[in-house]
Design a protein around this ligand. Sequence first.
Ligand code: SAM
Length: 441
Amino acid sequence: MQSSFLGSRVTTRQGDLALLHLSRDQQLPVQLSTIVSKAEDKGYAEGVVTNTRFGSFPHSTLIGIPWGSQVLASKVDTGSRGRGDRNQHRKRKADAISTDSPPDEAETSGLKQATAATSGFIHVLKPTPESWTTSLPHRTQVVYTPDYSYILHRIRARPGSTLIEAGSGSGSFTHAAARAVFAGVVEQNASADVGKEIPTKGKVFTFEFHADRHQKVKKEMVEHQLDAVVTATHRDVYKDGFWLSTDSGQYLSPKANAVFLDLPAPWEALQHLTREEDADKPSALDATSPVHICTFSPCIEQVQKTISEMRRQGWVEIDMVEIQHRRIEVKREYIGYRYEGMRGADPVAGNVDEALARLHQVEERAREQQTQGSQPAKAKKDTQGSTQYSAAQVYWDEGRLIHHSESDLKTHTSYLLFAVLPLEWSEEDDAQVRAAMPQLT
Ligand code: SAM
């Protein structure tokens, strides 16, 4: 079954992860299911129910509807109504999907909270790596969207790429990586069977040495139906590298062409990311392509150590970037030629004649636009018979674009260190090129 994180399926399905949008800053991740597990059985006649401050939402009202639907809260019954009244249930589902026009601002911002159990509503949203990052359970520091979008771009993660990640942490980067490399078709799951080639194209191989975190990421990948794209391995990568070992001890290569290391000491892992191989241990890298790496470290000393090791191992194009994500507010600001400004000294216009001439132009344009039925708003005559412009009108016409940066800047996250391990250049390659281009010799 295809993950709700991937593809373009338009309706919700049993088993999907959905984000219940409660307010602009609050989204509640839920696994849609009508099957009540014993552990979760709260005795509702409606089966699985998610309770929010906007009311109760039986999952039967959330499944099989278009993503983005507004769903009204239902009155739930904790057992007085018998289970299995299907018709009544179906009717409740039809009633719950609102066909009304979108709610106004006050409603979406939560003012219309459920005063009675059934007066609220939520929207059912399709999850994305971005929304998951803001709603996921934090087990570690995570990589946020501004960093991971740039990282994935720089390490050339694209459909069909093979990506190594360590450590998995809270799985924030893992979700974004899975979407980036997903090639549309899910090949068989990447199981490491003895003597078998494993499909590696369009896959993420994520490694984590903390047992509990590894288990949680692994479980999450199954729950989010991403386990066919992501293979989670429990491993200390400093010691044991990035191979996919089998029970018999055989080493299989993920054949990665993109690597992301979010580890305390990335330089210790680099020894396992070379092109060297011996009889029973292949290189973990793709022999047919250059490999792009990013390491993510909060301290410059970590970066320096990583760079030294990268140089020793033959990585080139070493380059460090720090993402300073700022929201920039862009708006139009009035700069002059306002009607009030005509009477006194206008700081921008300076010359009154010039200002009046400009005003006539504005007036002319306003008239033209009015006759075409568009902005700006009507100009009025004042008591002295002069034409008066609303501030908004001139603002619209004469404003210039300005921008302000957000005041509470999120500053340093980590230093992003990028490098490339080129393809190996053998004597044979050299001979071939020289044969093809004799002018080189
Ligand atoms: N990138 C992750 C995310 O976006 O959610 C967060 C990674 S977290 C900052 C670093 C993780 O690396 C931790 O979970 C830690 O247990 C793991 N780790 C540290 N040393 C490791 C090692 N030698 N091998 C594998 N994982 C390791």
